[in-house]
Design a protein around this ligand. Structure first.
Ligand code: DGL
Length: 249
């Protein structure tokens, strides 16, 4: 069984890619909605939450953890990964591999305030891609919109416009440095136009997960969804994005 966690619904964008890549894997997805948004928290709090989430998965008995939260990865990159008995697949490393594969030289990263504050994306990208230019822009307004289900219409469009106004005009690519943001992809595409590539690290993350785990992850293709927040609201959010979970589990 593979464990994935995020502060909330954003991790579903990684879960979807894993499911495409590994149809038979058994997955458990934990949304730490009691503490969302992570991006506005202190680094100390985030380190504690990361430790708690890794402990939780240890208790579940997972075979591996596929990270679905950039903010947690950013904190781990900055302060060191807490000890874990199972392998952990880092999402920021996957982002850097995707940027390298794309051959991009001038890259914008939109991410949470905590991720940008940690500087982890810049360090990881520069370590992998020599001579790359990286501009990191925080987007604290976007996670609350996604959590509230406000994916369509003027409000998310205006919020994405506001974020993109801080990006330079001559970028090759913009990386979704938070797993919530691919849910606003149509707005980013509309605002940035077609000349800028949009990089979702989840694709590379899923390819790496399959390489790392391969047949070890073979199961019955089950997915379990757990939240630390409001169960009923969580189930309603899952239904909104097309995931139906029986209430009687
Ligand atoms: N989706 C998470 C990430 O990738 C965290 C968003 C948040 O809770 O601020 O960083």
């Amino acid at each position: 069984m593979i464990g994935l966690f995020d502060s909330g619904l954003g991790g579903l964008t990684v879960l979807a890619r894993i499911r495409e890549q590994m149809p038979a894997a058994d997955l458990v997805f934990f949304a730490d909605q009691a503490h969302v948004p992570y991006g506005d928290r202190t680094h100390g709090e985030l380190l504690q939450l990361l430790r708690a989430n890794l402990d939780r998965f240890e208790q579940y008995g997972v075979d591996a953890i596929v990270m679905a939260c950039n903010t947690s990865c950013a904190i781990a990159e900055r302060y060191g990964w807490p000890a874990s008995r199972v392998p952990i697949l880092d999402l920021i490393e996957s982002a850097a591999m995707a940027v390298e594969r794309g051959g991009f030289a001038r890259v914008g990263v939109v991410a949470t305030a905590a991720t940008v504050g940690a500087g982890s994306y810049g360090r990881t990208l520069r370590a992998r891609v020599g001579g790359i230019d990286v501009v990191e822009v925080p987007a604290p307004a976007l996670v609350p919109l996604v959590e509230a289900g406000a994916l369509l219409g003027d409000e998310p469009r205006a919020a994405v416009e506001e974020v993109c106004a801080h990006l330079p005009l001559d970028l090759d690519a913009v990386v979704y440095g938070c797993t919530h943001y691919p849910m606003l992809d149509s707005h980013f595409r509309a605002v940035l136009g077609n000349d800028v590539a949009l990089v979702d690290p989840a694709l590379m993350q899923a390819q790496r997960a399959e390489l790392l785990l391969g047949t070890r992850a073979q199961g019955a293709g089950r997915t379990e969804y757990v939240t630390s927040g409001d169960e009923v609201a969580f189930r309603a959010s899952l239904a909104r994005v097309g995931i139906l979970v029986p209430a009687s589990r």
